[in-house]
Design a protein around this ligand. Sequence first.
Ligand code: GLN
Length: 382
Amino acid sequence: MLSKLPHTGDSIFSVMTRLANEHGALNLAQGFPDFDPDEKLQHLVTQAMSERKNQYAPMPGLPALSEQIALKTQRCYGFLPDANTEITVTAGATQALFTAIMALVHTGDEVILIDPAYDAYAPAVQLAGGIPVRVAMRYENLAFHFDWDAVEKALSPKTKLLLLNHPNNPAGTILQANDVARLHQIMEKSPLLLLSDEVYEHMVFDGKSFLSVLRYGHLRNRSMVVSSFGKTYHSTGWKIGYVVAPSALQQEFRKVHQFNVFSVNTPMQQAYADFLMSDRSEEKLPAFYEQKRDLFLSHLSKTPFRFIPTASTYFQLADFSEIIQQKDMDFVVDMVKNKGISLIPVSPFFDGEIAHRLVRFCFAKSDALLTQAGEKLCQIYA
Ligand code: GLN
């Protein structure tokens, strides 16, 4: 057979952006801001180029950037990783996740994925010769909750890795203290490794704090934690992220990293290194996105969509079952073609049939666009 991924098509995010463009619809589908990174950060990129920072960076990342990442990790999570041995800069979180899976998963290893799961995970596990084991979150009162009993049931002698995404895309679920305790119990029971996708780490709302795996010595010493500058600094197109992990895991990660990207583009690494010396904008991110969430929800609450305000990320889930009894894919195709708004269906984040009828709105948009989309939804449905 030619294809190694016979059941994989274009990602739902590309599909819905393409349809939004074809139909001139407002794009609340794919997750990216419609505003730019800080001008100072943009300027630092061109400055780095003019200062001749245009050749290969060292394979694990520019030392100045790794140093800043280490300091930021200490500031945010009270843990200072070794900048040389415990941090690798990557071409976005997607590459970090793919590389980690390639480095750690052997043929026949099982990898537990928690649904809703980001679309990049299962194909990477399959390409590594691993077996994705899908465990769904509990869906109750319009919210998804971690189901640790189900995770525990899925453990087997073949379990190699647990892939955790928190804050969760698309559900907005975050780890609470009792989740951390259960996760710890599971890691004591099984020798599995943890791959923690924390790209929305700085978008946690309503005064809650984010319980990064990096805060806990007994978790982080068996974990690879993935972050993305794209989310935090409104720069998804720059594709820079990083992974923090103990040096033994980093050594394995770097063996693969050096042969699939070798090193990440130098001017942007230099720009982030300079910017992070004084920037503290992540502290303002919760309030920034909470205001956008609330603006959008002030409109959505006048429609028959049912939701509870998302706890994190720049995504809001909403149940459309009071509008129509239809599959989520059919609903979003009708919305983008006939109603002028592009959304993401939730079924692609699950394996197999789902019982709920949910769509995902991205609110990383200008207030003007959120108001326009909100008013449009009210005109159609209110
Ligand atoms: N992670 C983004 C989302 O959830 C999309 C990124 C992509 O298109 N690969 O919308």
